[in-house]
Design a protein around this ligand. Structure first.
Ligand code: URA
Length: 187
């Protein structure tokens, strides 16, 4: 099976997943989108309202801002894959609960093992705590590289956090520039 077929298989498992209560309240599963051969994979937290309605990650206001940072450093849709820790929307966009993350993380691991990116970028504190380390501090450690197995991993602010506090824009741009440079070095 090729990568697209393998991902389709994982997606259909997710579509039939009711391992946590979010399976009952979702409108659509939000599996992931982008290039299956990408060297970089972005990982967000969980779908919001627009994502739940469309079935695609990062299509709302945070996603539109993310697109601007990606564009600014020359990363187009062909160069990345994007998914979330949680594949179904938590009610009223509350933070995912630890048991919901635990129920869902296996699917993300399966996506990673198919896509095999060189770099993982966690979007925000929730993804960073799950993927990098439980005591990750986004304000102190954003933009720092961590090596885990075959992956080079870093975290940046969640784009929704930039919308709430635009003073973080410059730091975000610098982190994205670093990510694009590192990606070039690895290619
Ligand atoms: N925020 C996230 O973390 N993920 C999305 O898909 C949308 C908003």
């Amino acid at each position: 099976m090729n990568k697209t077929e393998l991902l389709k298989e994982i997606k259909s498992k997710c579509e039939n997943c009711y391992s946590c209560p979010l399976g009952d309240t979702r409108t659509n599963l939000v599996f992931g989108r982008g290039e299956v051969d990408a060297d970089v994979m972005f990982i967000g937290e969980a779908p919001g309202e627009k994502e739940d309605l469309s079935g695609e990650p990062f299509v709302g206001a945070a996603g539109k801002l993310l697109d601007k940072f990606l564009e600014a450093v020359g990363l187009d849709e062909k160069s990345y894959y994007i998914a979330n820790i949680i594949k179904c929307r938590p009610p009223k966009n509350r933070d995912p609960k630890p048991d919901e993350e635990e129920a869902c993380i296996g699917y993300l691991r399966e996506q990673l093992s198919v896509i095999k990116p060189k770099i993982i970028v966690c979007l925000g504190r929730i993804a960073a705590k799950k993927i990098i380390k439980p005591d990750f501090q986004i304000t102190l450690e954003h933009g720092k590289w961590f090596k885990k197995g075959d992956y080079l991993i870093c975290a940046v602010f969640h784009p929704a956090a930039i919308l709430r506090d635009p003073r973080r824009k410059q730091a975000m741009l610098e982190d994205f520039e670093k990510i694009a440079e590192t990606l070039k070095e690895l290619q």
